[in-house]
Design a protein around this ligand. Structure first.
Ligand code: SF4
Length: 230
């Protein structure tokens, strides 16, 4: 039976008290990559990841962390006074309530980005969120985890990132961009694995092949040598 608007109970808020997430760290820094590079940003790093990329630089986020109410997370984010928030991990979507956090941050007026592995379904992510979605190249050891159906859920403001550890990875990525016309869906980023591919080498491959992708170096590695909390 359909009730009138007078008799129906209001919908329960999506931010029910007690909605909690396991958080590794919340910190205020400079965005080191993707299209928001260089902007002051608050990072919310969720704990846990079901993948094990061989070159992972955030293994400290696999375990531990602490449970935090979403309301508390919003208070801490607000205390830093930055207009941009990046929800990252680990793999933030491994915790289902991450979707609520993303929605709450958007509702609060932040420009929100989500860094995700590309292995978990992104279809329910709030469309206001700027997704920065990895596609895992072979040398990561996790390319079998790429959830290709995610490509259908990319919006023009999203970005696809391929982290490249070798010439073979580069050729794989070049093929994927062409096969899926990725550059016509959104911005595509190629990023070298620190210590595996010379950044200049990757830049020259991109130039030589006239690829429609954006080369990037991770600014936070240059500034802080990848220390946690930056
Ligand atoms: S998906 Fe990200 S956090 Fe997870 S293992 Fe790979 S690089 Fe590390």
């Amino acid at each position: 039976m359909v009730g009138s608007s007078e008799t129906m109970a209001p919908e329960a808020p999506t931010s029910a008290v007690g909605e909690r997430l396991r958080i590794t760290e919340i910190f205020h820094s400079i965005q080191g990559e993707a299209d928001a590079i260089g902007w002051r940003t608050v990072f919310v790093r969720l704990t846990g990841c079901p993948l094990r990329c061989v070159w992972c630089d955030t293994e400290y986020a696999f375990h531990g962390g602490g449970w935090r109410d979403i309301d508390d997370i919003l208070v801490e984010v607000a205390s830093h006074g930055a207009p941009r928030v990046c929800v990252t991990g680990g793999e933030p979507l491994a915790q289902k309530r991450c979707l609520i956090l993303l929605q709450r941050l958007c509702d609060a007026g932040y420009r929100v980005s989500l860094e995700t592995s590309g292995a978990l379904d992104v279809s329910a992510v709030d469309p206001r969120v700027h997704k920065v979605m990895d596609l895992k190249a072979p040398d990561s050891g996790e390319s079998a985890r790429n959830l290709w159906s995610n490509l259908e859920h990319l919006l023009p403001h999203d970005q696809v990132k391929v982290v490249i550890a070798s010439r073979a990875d580069y050729e794989w990525a070049r093929g994927v961009v062409a096969e899926h016309a990725l550059d016509r869906r959104c911005m595509v980023l190629f990023s070298p694995v620190w210590g595996k591919v010379q950044p200049r080498e990757l830049a020259e491959w991109i130039i030589e092949d006239k690829l429609p992708v954006r080369f990037q170096l991770q600014l936070h590695k240059l500034l802080w040598d990848d220390a946690a909390g930056h």
